[in-house]
Write a protein that binds this ligand. Structure first.
Ligand code: MG
Length: 157
């Protein structure tokens, strides 16, 4: 068994698409970044890489690389997950928390779970996505940014 933890933050910017766990959420603003800035998928990728002690998302998908400009983070997740599979591991379960003041994410949670389950070809019962706010405190509370953390359990195949 291997456990991994990941954490990521992105600034929120007007006019950016709001893509979380591969799902586009209707919003006038979204996470800013080199790729599609899917903060939840980035945290999940870091958790997967952390579980096998293979560095972090920046090592595997450098933001200086034009290849990953506006990249679909789900593709980065799939590439990370196939690396992990090739090492003889499969996903036990993943648990992700997104911290964002607005928009309200609860209507999209099931879509997000199924998007991640599909990307990694695992049963949806093994994927948990939760959303919370920080009660208007700090950078997420002010709406300046969005953060996400993720934990995964990998099992040997
Ligand atoms: Mg990121």
């Amino acid at each position: 068994m291997r456990v991994g933890f990941g954490y990521d933050v992105h600034r929120l910017k007007d006019g950016r698409k709001c893509i979380l766990c591969g799902v586009e959420i209707p919003s006038d603003f979204g996470p800013d970044g080199h790729s599609d800035a899917d903060v939840a998928v980035h945290a999940l990728i870091d958790a997967l890489l952390g579980a096998v002690a293979l560095g972090d998302i920046g090592t595997h998908f450098p933001d200086t690389d034009e290849k990953w400009k506006n990249a679909d983070s789900i593709k980065m997740l799939q590439s990370t997950f196939s690396l992990i599979s090739s090492m003889g591991y499969h996903l036990g379960n993943a648990d992700i928390t997104i911290v964002m003041e607005s928009p309200k994410l609860s209507p999209y949670i099931e879509k997000m779970r199924s998007s991640l389950a599909k990307a990694m070809d695992v049963d949806i019962s093994n994927i948990s996505v939760k959303a919370t706010t920080e009660e208007k405190l700090g950078f997420t509370g002010e709406g300046a940014g969005v953060s996400s953390s993720a934990i995964v359990l990998l099992l040997t195949t």
